[in-house]
Design a binder for this molecule. Structure first.
Ligand code: UD1
Ligand code: BG6
Length: 687
């Protein structure tokens, strides 16, 4: 969904062309989140802080365009040509902001794109990720004060409110009102979720960022340090303005920072980050502290330490692949290895094989004592939890229930103090899952997070959890995160199961199975061409049903989700046990039906399902364990996909791969966008 990015260079000369390219590139890195329009703002002329004259400083330039980032780039360069804007002009200090928008309020159009502005003179400009829920009442008030609105967005009230606060302070004689005071006063009036960056012609070369609910990171690149001339990294030093040349970045996503710097600060809710004169001050917003004696409050700054991003630039490149989804499917043997690294202990001659989840070790006793484990997630993350449910029930003996986050909230379903709520989310920022987490916290449950994003809202707000360490996932359709999530939840089951003698053999078999997974993944990926051939056969179909049960009910749901998400083909995952209770009516000679029938305790039941579908002349594609083709394919009449066998509870990790490949190839063959499917966003940060 919406992405925000900002670039501020301090005491280092950068040409306008360079600044534009950094901003465009930042937006390209956010592209995968899903968007429908984009915009940027840069200064119209270079400006030296010493001869500051707020009134004559020319308005910043704003460029906004609907469609993709390349249309924005094109329109910016057209405007540059038309206005003879000098691309070679150098700025020793400059603050630029940029945005990708996912339409919520108002259609995709330049007027609704960000930056949104306070007035024709662009006195205050804002880029926003999130939703302002009380914008209508704010708008009415501002209209009463003479403001006119040009967009349908909720965001437009923010820059206008900033101008209102600034003008009022000046009218009341407070000429020294600072940028952060203005922003903090604006925040006092905003309800909803947001990450915001403000730029203002009244405060040239400064930026303010703040957040509540939506993710935001600050990246710091000390250039003197890079050139090897002193200024070693120090946790708090960056907060002061030391005059050293540096580049500062703000982004809703680590992906846009990693190529510039790994030194980041994950901004917390209620923090206001003020970039000024090469320094960074972090202020704490306090809703209760408003005006004092007629002047705006001056909050104290807080000390924060930078952390180091555990991410490599290669993770955000496609490498030898054509699409991110393709790359992410094929890198699953490696991503699973990383997920398990340091967490599986093989055991010596006399030591048992075991699992160590550092993030959970202090909470295992409480989890074991819980009356119920509730899995909560959306989309693929929900499916991953569903795949892990049987092994968690088996090894822990604790009842495990499943909740789609939005449904739990809609029903206000019961959650108790004795429950352990496990919140599963690749991004760690999904609004529905985050709201369900708040709800579970309010109800006193122990909250455990399973997420791929260190520093994400879910990672921070849960009591404890496990990072799946799958590496950045950029394709909107989740693939490698899904398999890593299942593996983490299988390890969770092992950890909760503890050292019960009765299940020791099974636990050791599962641990061995986990060790073997990467090599089995490599093997199943060899089906790539076979799945491409199958995709060619299915290219013109309207619909695809996927039948699964037991461990692989989740595989059926997730396989169907992949096909509908990216190939834009109707597809439904069906619990095979329900076949006779409705879906059988759909079976005919034309509708393709994919049946998952790999070896496990449900195998004979799946054989019977195949028989029944065959008897109705169903057009079957059967996934079976290597060597089982003859026993699943009645009279050789169906197409068979043979996959390597894994421990039954881990088989979903193998079985999803051919379906991921099928969805991928179907999408390419049908000519659709693989990495940014129609209408979908990678991380859905609004309800
Ligand atoms: C941690 C380190 C890892 C290091 C390893 C060495 C981090 C992020 N991880 O990994 O770099 O190699 O120790 O022993 O620094 N958490 C939540 N909610 C979540 C996810 C995690 O609260 O949704 C918490 C965990 O409870 C834990 C911390 O975050 O306190 C880190 O979790 P995780 O990365 O899974 O822990 P380790 O695997 O031990
Ligand atoms: C979105 C994505 O809907 O969010 C899905 O398009 C994803 O692919 C779902 O499964 C949940 O996301 P997350 O980040 O909470 O796992």
């Amino acid at each position: 969904m919406c992405g925000i990015f900002a670039y501020l260079n301090f005491n280092v000369s950068r040409e306008r062309r360079y600044i534009l390219e950094v901003l465009f590139n930042g937006l390209r890195r956010l592209e995968y989140r899903g968007y429908d329009s984009a915009g940027i703002s840069i200064d119209s002329s270079s400006y030296s802080g010493s001869d500051l004259n707020r009134q004559i400083f020319t308005p910043p330039l704003v460029f906004r365009q609907e469609g993709n980032i390349e249309s924005l780039v094109k329109s910016v360069y057209q405007d540059v040509d038309a206005t003879d804007l000098n691309l070679e002009e150098s700025f020793s200090i400059h603050a630029g902001i940029a945005h990708t928008r996912w339409a919520t309020h108002g259609e995709p159009a330049p007027r609704n794109s960000h930056p949104q502005t306070s007035d024709a003179g662009n006195e205050f400009l804002v880029v926003h990720n999130g939703v302002v829920t009380n914008y209508e009442v704010l708008k009415e008030t501002l209209v009463r004060h003479g403001f006119t609105f040009e967009s349908e967005t909720d965001t437009e009230v923010i820059p206008k409110l900033a101008k209102f606060v600034f003008d009022k302070a000046n009218e009341e004689g407070d000429q020294s009102v600072t940028f952060s005071q203005v922003v903090i006063e604006v925040m006092r009036h905003l309800e909803g979720a947001y990450a915001l960056i403000f730029k203002s012609r009244h405060y040239p070369n400064e930026l303010i960022a703040c957040k509540r609910g939506s993710p935001l990171l600050l990246g710091v690149k000390e250039l003197a340090e890079e050139a090897g001339i002193g200024a070693s990294f120090n946790d708090t030093k960056f907060l002061s303005s030391n005059g050293q040349p540096k580049e500062l970045f703000l982004s809703s996503d680590a992906n846009a920072l990693v190529e510039h710097t790994k030194k980041v600060l994950v901004v917390e809710d209620g923090e206001v980050v003020h970039l000024k004169d090469g320094g960074v001050s972090i202020l704490k917003f306090d809703q209760a502290k408003g005006k004092r004696g007629g002047t705006l409050s001056r909050p104290a700054s807080v000390q924060r330490a930078l952390s180091i991003l555990e991410m490599e630039v290669e993770q955000i490149n496609k490498g030898k692949y054509e699409h991110y989804m393709q790359k992410e499917i094929h890198e699953q043997p490696e991503s699973l290895t990383t997920t398990m690294r340091g967490r599986l202990i093989r055991g010596g001659s006399c030591k048992a094989k075991t699992v160590l989840l550092g993030g959970l070790k202090d909470h295992l006793k409480t989890i074991r004592r819980s009356r119920r484990i509730v899995f909560i997630g959306c989309g693929t993350s929900y499916n991953a939890a569903l795949a892990a449910r049987p092994i968690l029930e088996e090894l822990s003996g604790i009842p495990v229930t499943m909740e789609i986050a939005s449904d739990l909230l809609d029903r206000q379903g019961p959650i108790y103090r004795e429950d352990t709520a496990v919140l599963v989310s690749q991004s760690g920022e999904t609004a529905d899952t985050l709201n369900a987490l708040e709800y579970a916290l309010e109800n006193g449950a122990l909250c455990v997070g399973i997420t791929n994003t260190v520093g994400s809202a879910i990672a921070r707000k849960t009591h404890c959890g496990v990072h799946i360490n799958a590496g950045a996932e950029i394709g909107v359709a989740s693939t490698k995160a899904y398999t890593s999530q299942i593996v983490v939840m299988a390890m969770l089951a092992l950890a909760i199961g503890g050292d019960l003698i009765s299940s020791q053999e099974r636990r050791e078999a599962v641990i061995d199975g986990l060790f073997d997974l990467p090599s089995k993944l490599k093997e199943v990926l060899k089906l790539d061409q076979e799945m491409k051939d199958l995709a060619k056969l299915l290219i013109a179909e309207q619909s695809l049903l996927v039948f699964g049960r037991g461990y692989n009910y989740a595989t059926a749901l997730e396989g169907a989700l992949k096909v509908k998400e990216v190939a834009l083909m109707h597809s439904e995952g069906i619990l095979a046990g329900e076949m006779k209770h409705g879906p059988l009516a759909l079976v005919d000679e034309t509708l393709p039906i994919f049946v998952i029938a790999t070896r496990d305790a449900c195998f004979s039941k799946q054989q019977s399902v195949i028989q029944q579908l065959h008897a109705r002349k169903g057009r079957l594609i059967v996934m079976c364990t290597k060597g089982d083709a003859a026993s699943v394919c009645v009279g050789g009449s169906c197409r068979v996909i043979e996959v390597p066998q894994a421990e039954d509870c881990l088989q979903p990790v193998i079985n999803i791969v051919p379906l991921q490949l099928l969805a991928y190839h179907l999408t390419v063959l049908r000519g659709h966008n693989v990495d940014q499917p129609r209408n979908l966003a990678k991380s859905v940060t609004t309800q």
